[in-house]
Design a binder for this molecule. Structure first.
Ligand SMILES: *Cc1c(COP(=O)(O)O)cnc(C)c1O
Length: 558
């Protein structure tokens, strides 16, 4: 028996996201957007916020990653059965795709908190016997298929999601579009409100998540005309979504009264990309309890009781004795190193300075930057030993992303016997949680201006792991040089060519490793632990999703 009847009370915020990472065994996410959505749901439940979330069931998930000896990625389907985790609700909704009616049902996941809060998450599913085979497939693969497939998914998510909320009896005060995938919901709202743009804008909140062009879905109008059976006013659509192609970002921008980027820097970048719209900033955060490893949870419970639902308390981390911080870290590190050695045979050591890098493998994240100058890296390693742990999936169609994984494998071979390097296959929430707690330094080297926020470094900070990162996204707001971490390369306001920027980044990457990070780790352990403390007390206390959700409530929802 579900708690839905109780959850129907009052007006809700409907949070729409193409991907949501709720549990490791639910492959309904691909990367940062999904983990952010999961953290949003978790914090909303803890804070008792009146939120209901909507996503797609993705019965074949994203994919399971296998890597061969050369780092070549194979994608395997993930088979999971939502019925083992959720229950399917009896209510139905329908959308029109081409001239067919596509029926939709919803799986209900209840995100419950110890505080008594509960956020219902609806996973829409078209895999129903009454639908035609091609329509039964719509909710099966996350980010799979061609444009037509994606558009069908977005019709189900946006329009179908709105109708499902209505069929279930939810009353909605705001529709929050987490990225543009769900922005067709604005069309449904326009219909409901007699095409009154202002009325719909009042109801809509839009968060844009990336300055990378490929991250903004655009559909050719002939396809839209063919597929979008419920909406045939193409002239209106062109006004709202762009003349050349239907741009889901523009549709959301034109129909939302509150628009935000996910860090202050990303606000500026987005303001440039979308002149004429007022872009706000709500800097991302992560769910503190989820991303804190068990040894640190125990420490915080003992010294900062209540921290999980009030992460601001982490500002007082100095009350925790240094040696206990170090012990907790070493416990997390042993756990990671054992896992690495079990799964890759890398033979890593507990006492070697360990660098971690894990995120989607794609060109702008530059996972292989540190291998630019192998002679230099060898020299650094002679000063003080380092070892590197990697993880990350490349999107099945991102051939360059796949090549980057292969490049890391080939470096691994070149450096064999000198620097231990491991690449963990099938990056997911569990591997992320182990890595962000178990390495000593969290490395982040995106091409400047392209990382909207990034969240894995915030997870690292919750575990006293120190960030070493390009000044982009959230790190610009968190970084104090040599106090809570280190910068790689120039400050954001410096105007440099791409080449100059990269030169400065490589200089910092190698020089700081050799002359600052290695000596501090091996010879001035007490100062190292002070920086670990600062990472917790100056970063984790702020870059958490409880603070983020309170900001959304006071600035966007109310
Ligand atoms: C946190 C997380 C991400 C996002 O990491 P970024 O640093 O923002 O790229 C991606 N995938 C998984 C599994 C995560 O846990």
């Amino acid at each position: 028996m579900n708690n839905l009847p109780g959850a129907l009370k009052g007006m809700k915020i409907a949070y729409f996201s193409m991907e949501i990472a709720l549990e490791n065994q639910m492959p309904t996410y691909a990367g940062g957007l999904g983990t952010l959505a999961g953290d949003t749901v978790r914090s909303s439940a803890d804070l008792n916020l009146p939120v209901v979330a909507v996503s797609l069931a993705c019965k074949k998930g994203y994919f399971r990653q296998e890597l061969d000896r050369d780092g070549r990625q194979t994608e395997l389907p993930v088979d999971w059965n939502p019925a083992t985790i959720m229950e399917m609700l009896p209510q139905e909704a329908a959308v029109k795709i081409q001239d067919r009616e596509v029926r939709i049902r919803a799986w209900l996941y209840e995100q419950k908190s110890l505080t008594g809060g509960m956020v219902p998450v609806l996973f829409l599913d078209t895999d129903l016997p009454e639908n035609q085979p091609r329509d039964r497939d719509i909710s099966s693969v996350l980010y799979g298929g061609d444009d037509g497939y994606r558009l069908r998914q977005e019709i189900v998510l946006g329009i179908g999601g709105c109708r499902m909320l209505e069929a279930l009896g939810f009353r909605i005060r705001k529709y929050h579009m987490n990225e543009g995938h769900s922005s067709l919901l604005t069309l449904e709202l326009l219909k409901r409100h007699g095409m009154d743009l202002e009325k719909v804008k009042e109801l809509c909140v839009f968060t844009t998540h990336t300055p990378v062009e490929a991250g903004h879905d655009k559909f050719p109008y002939p396809l839209v005309e063919e597929v979008l059976g419920d909406w045939q006013d193409l002239e209106m659509l062109r006004k709202l979504g762009g003349l050349q192609r239907l741009n889901m970002t523009f549709l959301a921008l034109n129909l939302s009264n509150y628009i935000n980027g996910v860090a202050k820097r990303h606000q500026d970048v987005s303001q440039h990309m979308f002149p004429g719209y007022k872009i706000n900033a709500v800097t991302n955060g992560v769910h503190s309890f989820t991303w804190t490893c068990p040894p640190f949870r125990r420490l915080y419970d003992q010294y900062l009781p209540g921290w999980a639902n009030e992460p601001e308390l982490l500002v007082r981390v100095d009350v925790v004795p240094d040696e206990l911080i170090w012990e907790a870290h070493q416990e997390a590190k042993r756990d990671l190193i054992d896992y690495v050695n079990r799964s890759t045979g890398a033979g890593m050591d507990y006492d070697v300075l360990t660098l971690g890098f894990a995120r989607r493998s794609t060109v702008y994240k530059r996972p292989a930057l540190i291998f630019q100058d192998l002679a230099r890296l060898r020299k650094i390693n002679a000063r003080g030993k380092i070892q590197l742990v990697y993880a990350g999936k490349a999107h099945p169609r991102d051939l360059q992303g796949k090549r980057l994984i292969e490049e890391i494998f080939s470096r691994m071979r070149e450096l064999q016997g000198e620097i231990k390097i491991a690449y963990l296959a099938d990056y997911d929430m569990d591997i992320a949680a182990r890595m962000v707690a178990g390495v000593d330094v969290w490395v982040n080297t995106p091409l400047r201006h392209l990382e909207a926020s990034g969240t894995s470094g915030m997870k690292a900070a919750h575990n006293g792991v120190i960030n070493f990162s390009v000044l982009d996204g959230w790190w610009i707001e968190g970084w104090i040089e040599g106090v809570n971490g280190w910068a790689i390369g120039p400050e954001p306001q410096e105007k440099l060519s791409l080449e100059e920027g990269v030169t400065r980044e490589l200089d910092d990457l190698y020089n700081k490793l050799e002359y600052i990070i290695i000596p501090l780790y091996y010879r001035r352990r007490d100062e190292w632990i002070t920086m670990m403390n600062n990472s917790i007390g100056m970063l984790a206390y702020y870059f958490n999703s409880h603070r983020m959700m309170r900001r959304y409530v006071s600035e966007a929802y109310l």
